[in-house]
Design a protein around this ligand. Structure first.
Ligand code: ATP
Ligand code: MG
Length: 742
């Protein structure tokens, strides 16, 4: 390890504060206390958005600018590589470049690479890139057959064992004590774990966790190495300390030696990685381990409006357990904003459409897409949102997960369905060729789909969720195309995959709650808030449910201004509607009290209900029979699916041709102009003026302004100006339509 580049003075960025004291100007009194407490152990316990990350960044910058800390003697540890990069950027802006900001892993790897030749000899063993392959080999050696999902889950158990410093022999007892749901018999996992370690040694390779374990080993066994590391790093700062693992803590203790220049910040109420072996005990027990520590609490929330903060405080007031005993009431420093909205939908596609519509409105009124996030509990929930945003022409990016159609199980399912379609349907001769959902279920049943979800968590469940999403797609698909065969469905999948793969530059973030840690957006949509998702079904013990509550709290506190919470009463359109809103909403949602067990006047049927009179839509009636409509597809068409269609097919064809030309002109996919459903609704309604056109779902203010005149001209059977000819006259294709859906 050399410090040559680290100790050289770094040029301050031109807009950096002019002096050390100027660095402090951006802080409130308590944050300032953190920044100037440069000696001895410091612990900052503070809630979300109170400026913990900001305070430690300014603390380092102040120390460096005041000449109290040598930049190269400081090691700042953050939770993710992205957070570390962000911190380095902020430090540069404050005129304190040259400070190391890293994750535990990258800091350890760097030290290990440097000291390995001296401490052990030779080059550092190769880093194992795909642990799962070696675990598979180990299982085979033990003559234990694992399917792909078990393999992933067993790998997860080995990782958990290593960060909790559990050796193979101890695994069965420790896993049982920790209440872990083991994917296979614990004794089998212990055998695979032993063999995996052996194989790794034989091939002189190390894995991700070994990097920390070996660094710990070298520092413990080689005092000369430990002395050299300690001579280099004298001051340590750790962000998100509530999620430190026992192994990371051990490494931190070794870095420190018998010194005490350590500043940790965290929020026990945001502990969300207990399942991987992290624990808030180090944060909460900091005072006990360092009796002379300066402990500072921050309570001012600079991130969120009083409305968001009120909800966050209300959630924590209902929490129980160790972290809850240390909860901190937040006080918003921001001007008031809108009340959080609580919206109930009949089914998931309607929920996604409603959310996409609201996002479109936010963007149209000036919110940048990158300032908006949709957060959900599990990655499998992303598909309906990917589709709804694509339909609404909203760019998006996925955080921490592969896009739905790129997931291995979805690609594999696509291949199998394509094969079955080519063969004229599933190989089961008992199945009706025209029953596409049954065909899809039969094919996916061979790959892990079942009518009921599998018990437990992990990869098996994730995979099932992806396959179930495909089955739902098939069911929805035949509702609009009853005559379709399997090949049509496969074509539909390809089209969707194509639309969703369109590269995006700046977009709305779609991500899991776990991946949202430490981040913030102007507008946050927390979706899928039903029992079973939030808390997730496999959270059974009280501790597990409390971790779910904290996860929800993390989600709520990501919002600066707009916060929208929503849930759907059934999964698919026309479902039984038997779901209940999340128990965490009880007592915080208007109209519910902590005692009513989640049932409330707000839940029940109905399409979309805003709270506080925001975004209330009156009921939509079928324009053929007058029935109140509840399904998203029907609302778009403005009639029941079964009611006779009065589609003007010629107009529909003209609209489609016009859309193709328009999309080409704009260089955008056709759905960004109008979706199929919207075109159908236009062709059925044949609006005569702007007012009638604007009443059709999918025709917002922006689209009306952009395309209104042309669409109305088409409806009046005139060729709109400026659009290339579409070829043959659509009138020649006119055919009478039958009643019923298409
Ligand atoms: P989390 O618990 O979610 O990690 P945090 O406590 O680390 O939150 P920060 O991300 O540091 O909070 O700060 C939240 C937001 O408030 C940031 O946008 C930050 O710039 C702003 N902020 C913090 N302190 C101040 C301050 N004194 N003046 C103005 N803005 C501030
Ligand atoms: Mg932070």
């Amino acid at each position: 390890m050399t410090a040559a580049t680290d100790t050289s003075p770094f040029p301050a960025s031109p807009d950096a504060p002019s002096s050390a004291d100027a660095v402090l100007e951006g802080l409130d009194p308590e944050q300032r206390e953190v920044a100037i407490a440069l000696r001895g152990p410091v612990c900052v316990l503070a809630g979300a958005g109170t400026g913990k990350t900001r305070a430690i960044t300014h603390r380092i910058a102040y120390g460096v600018r005041a000449g109290i800390l040598q930049p190269a003697s400081v090691l700042a540890v953050t939770f993710t590589a992205r957070a570390a990069g962000e911190m380095r950027g902020r430090l540069r802006q404050l005129g304190a470049g040259g400070v190391q900001a890293r994750t535990f892993h990258s800091a350890a790897l760097r030290q290990l690479q440097y000291f390995w030749p001296r401490a052990v000899g030779g080059e550092l063993p190769r880093l194992l890139e795909r642990k799962i392959q070696l675990v598979a080999e180990a299982a085979a050696r033990c003559r234990i057959r694992l399917d792909r999902n078990e393999l992933r889950d067993v790998t997860g158990e080995i990782e958990w064992s290593k960060v909790t410093q559990t050796v193979p022999e101890e695994y069965p007892a420790t896993a049982a004590k920790a209440g872990r749901e083991t994917p296979r018999d614990a004794a089998e996992i212990a055998r695979i774990y032993t063999t995996y370690e052996q194989l790794k040694r034989d091939r002189s390779m190390i894995d991700f966790e070994d990097v920390l374990l070996l660094t710990v080993g070298v520092l413990e066994e080689r005092p000369d190495v430990a002395d050299q590391v300690r001579a280099q790093y004298q001051h340590f700062v750790v962000d998100e300390y509530q999620d430190v693992s026992p192994l990371q803590q051990r490494l931190l203790d070794l870095w420190l030696g018998n010194r005490d220049s350590l500043c940790v910040v965290g929020d026990a109420s945001q502990t969300i990685y207990s399942f991987t072996g992290a624990t808030p005990e180090y944060l909460l027990g900091f005072r006990a381990r360092h009796p002379q520590a300066t402990v500072i609490k921050l309570v001012r929330d600079y991130r969120s409006t009083p409305q968001v903060v009120h909800l966050a405080n209300g959630l924590l007031a209902q929490a129980s357990g160790q972290a809850a005993a240390h909860r901190l009431e937040l006080v918003s420093q921001r001007d008031p904003g809108p009340e959080p909205s609580y919206t109930e939908f009949t089914d998931e596609p309607s929920e996604a459409e409603g959310v996409a519509r609201r996002i479109r409105e936010l963007i149209d009124s000036g919110t940048r897409p990158s300032e908006i996030a949709v957060l959900y509990r599990i990655n499998a929930q992303s598909e309906v949102y990917e589709q709804a945003l694509a339909d609404a022409g909203v760019p998006y990016q996925l955080r921490g997960a592969e896009r739905f159609f790129e997931r291995p199980e979805v690609r594999e399912a696509g291949m199998l369905l394509r094969g079955a379609a080519r063969a004229g349907g599933s190989s089961d001769p008992g199945l009706d060729e025209a029953d596409v959902p049954a065909q899809v279920r039969a094919v996916l049943g061979t790959r892990g789909w079942s009518p009921e979800p599998p018990a437990g968590s992990g990869a098996v469940r994730d995979r099932w969720e992806s396959l179930a999403a495909l089955v739902r797609l098939a069911e929805d698909f035949v509702r609009t195309r009853p005559e379709a065969v399997l090949a049509d469905f496969v074509a539909e999948l390809d089209e969707r995959a194509g639309a969703q793969h369109a590269p995006t530059v700046e977009g709305v973030t779609l991500g899991s709650l776990h991946a949202a840690k430490g981040l913030e957006w102007d507008a946050v949509f927390l979706v899928g808030l039903t029992e079973g998702m939030m808390p997730i079904t496999y959270a059974k013990t009280e501790e597990q449910v409390e971790e779910e509550r904290r996860l929800f709290y993390v989600g709520v506190t990501r919002a600066r201004f707009h916060l929208a919470l929503s849930w759907a009463l059934s999964r698919a359109p026309g479902g039984r509607g038997g779901r209940r809103p999340s128990r965490f909403l009880t007592g915080v949602r208007p109209g519910t009290s902590a005692r009513d067990g989640g049932a409330s006047g707000l839940s029940g049927g109905g399409v979309e209900r805003g709270s506080g009179g925001r975004r209330k839509r009156g009921p939509v009636h079928c324009r053929v029979c007058g029935r109140t409509l509840s399904e998203a597809g029907e609302i778009k068409l403005m009639r029941c699916e079964e009611c006779p269609s009065d589609l003007d097919e010629a107009l529909y064809e003209r609209l489609r041709d016009w859309r193709t030309a328009q999309a080409k002109l704009l260089g955008q996919p056709p759905y960004c102009v109008f979706t199929d459903k919207t075109l159908l609704a236009i062709a059925e309604n044949v609006p005569e003026d702007e007012a009638a056109l604007s009443r059709i779902a999918g025709v917002g203010a922006r689209k009306l302004e952009r395309f209104g005149a042309e669409v109305l001209a088409l409806c009046a059977n005139k060729e709109p100006d400026g659009i290339p000819e579409s070829g043959e006259s659509p009138d020649q294709q006119h055919q009478p339509t039958e009643g019923g859906g298409r």
